[in-house]
Write a protein that binds this ligand. Structure first.
Ligand code: UGA
Length: 430
């Protein structure tokens, strides 16, 4: 099939590469000339495991092309996926101006029947606006169908999630569009749920907000564990064995971040308010999450008294492991809190050093590995759950630290082992 994806960010680029891998002909459009130039030279603008290999293979076999010309993409395809950014505005609502601009550009370039698919995360009723925009701005009287097909990719495993999804949700208004969408995904083995457009849009916001709620719930339980001396890891294990609850997303820690959960939570809350429903639960979910960030700082204060002038070594900058993405990263927020309190901060991350330099500038000291972070620090703080932090030589780290304090914001390490090694160890909720 002939597919156009508009927006070559995390979602758009992964979608384009994976559709090409499935045998479709894909044109990936982005208005960022630098990004398209890079991609044409087979250089990746983001780090995502497995992505480069797919892009290289499919560009070489002629199934994947890149362009900045939206008209070229629209005219040469039958299905158009809108995968542009919907960043948060000050008030928490999603900025849909890029979606509108793309809808207008599609309208102006449509020359035959097209299926136009919302892939970006958008608030409920956006489909109606896209439809209206297409009707208002189309030049010829060509017919089209709108589809909502939310993505459920996780950064760090986006390619795997695309090719082996838990479900494919297709929100449609016509049998014709449903048939085409089923064909697009024919090679993927996963349950397909067909709904109306609004329900599909809601599935996305409801899912991400539920995941955020699950994390804040276990973080609240972690706080209770700390009050009574219980272990949240064990509590999560016990809860998770109930199939109705499930163990996933019950890892307590210093909070959730990234460009999806916090933004979708805020946007969902906003649209609910606009519709006349005050979704208070989501407010508390956010509040608990903010509290977890402060918790890390409080733990350092508990062990070291004043933070001002202390050297704090930080391991982890990305919002989660296996990505270089630092957008809404809890680690960056906590570093800012530490800097506000006058700490001298040293940092290391396996992938996110470059991107962090752009936001933290010269305010922190960038180190080449975890050992140089530890050298002369008053405390070592783990803020991202990179696997490699589990297997460090902690005996060596103990010698390098000025004081053997480890604050484990992701409950990555074995508490008993750390104590045996002579550390003052603090996890979250244990
Ligand atoms: C999230 C959803 O998991 C995907 O299903 C969704 O498609 C995606 O958003 C999106 O809307 O595009 P992602 O933002 O990549 O995916 O990251 P997650 O794996 O959900 O992690 C988000 C944050 O929650 C991270 O900061 C992580 O450290 C934290 N987290 C996750 C916890 O603190 N505890 C957990 O148990 C799980």
């Amino acid at each position: 099939m002939r597919i156009c994806t508009i927006g070559a960010g995390y979602v758009g680029l992964v979608t384009a590469a994976c559709f090409a891998e499935l045998g479709h002909y894909v044109i990936s459009v982005d208005n960022d000339e630098k990004k398209i130039k890079m991609l044409k030279k087979l250089r990746m603008p983001i780090y995502e495991p497995g992505l480069e290999e797919l892009v290289v293979r499919n560009v070489k076999n002629g199934r994947l092309k890149f362009t900045t010309d939206i008209g070229e993409g629209v005219r040469n395809s039958d299905i158009i996926f809108i995968a542009v950014g919907t960043p948060p505005k000050e008030d928490g609502s999603a900025d849909l101006s890029s979606v509108e601009a793309v809808a207008r550009a599609i309208a102006e370039n449509m020359d035959s029947y097209k299926v136009i698919v919302e892939k970006s995360t958008v608030p409920v009723e956006t489909g109606e606006w896209v439809k209206r925009t297409l009707q208002l701005y189309r030049k010829k009287d060509v017919s089209f169908d709108i589809v909502s097909n939310p993505e459920f990719l996780r950064e760090g495993s986006a390619v795997e999630d695309f090719l082996h999804p838990s479900r494919i949700v297709i929100g449609v208004e016509s049998k014709r569009a449903e048939k085409i969408m089923r064909e697009v995904y024919a090679k993927i083995k996963a349950p397909i749920l067909v709904t109306d457009i609004k329900s599909a849009e809601l599935i996305k916001h409801a899912s991400n907000s539920f995941l955020a709620t699950k994390i804040s719930y276990i973080n609240a339980i972690a706080n209770i564990c700390e009050l009574v001396g219980a272990d949240v890891v064990k509590v999560a294990e016990g809860m998770g064995l109930d199939k109705r609850i499930g163990r996933e997303f019950l890892d307590a820690g210093c909070g959730f971040g990234g460009f999806c959960l916090p933004k979708d939570l805020a946007s969902f809350k906003w649209i609910c308010n606009k519709l006349g429903y005050n979704f208070k639960l989501l407010e508390v979910v956010e509040e608990i999450n903010e509290g977890q960030k402060r918790k890390v700082v409080e733990k350092i204060e508990k062990l070291l008294w004043n933070i001002s002038g202390k050297v704090i070594g930080v391991l982890g900058l990305s919002f989660k492991p296996n990505t270089d993405d630092i957008r809404f990263s809890v680690a960056i927020d906590i570093i800012r809190l530490l800097l506000e309190k006058g700490a001298i901060v040293k940092v290391y991350d396996p992938r996110a050093m470059e991107k962090s330099k752009a936001v933290l500038g010269k305010k922190v000291k960038y180190c080449k590995d975890p050992y140089s972070v530890s050298k002369g620090s008053d405390a070592l703080v783990i803020l991202t759950g990179w696997e490699e932090f589990k297997n460090l030589d902690y005996k060596r780290i103990k010698k390098l630290l000025r004081v053997p304090v480890v604050i484990d914001g992701r409950n990555l390490l074995d508490k008993e082992e750390m104590k045996k090694l002579g550390f003052m160890y603090e996890g979250i909720g244990r």
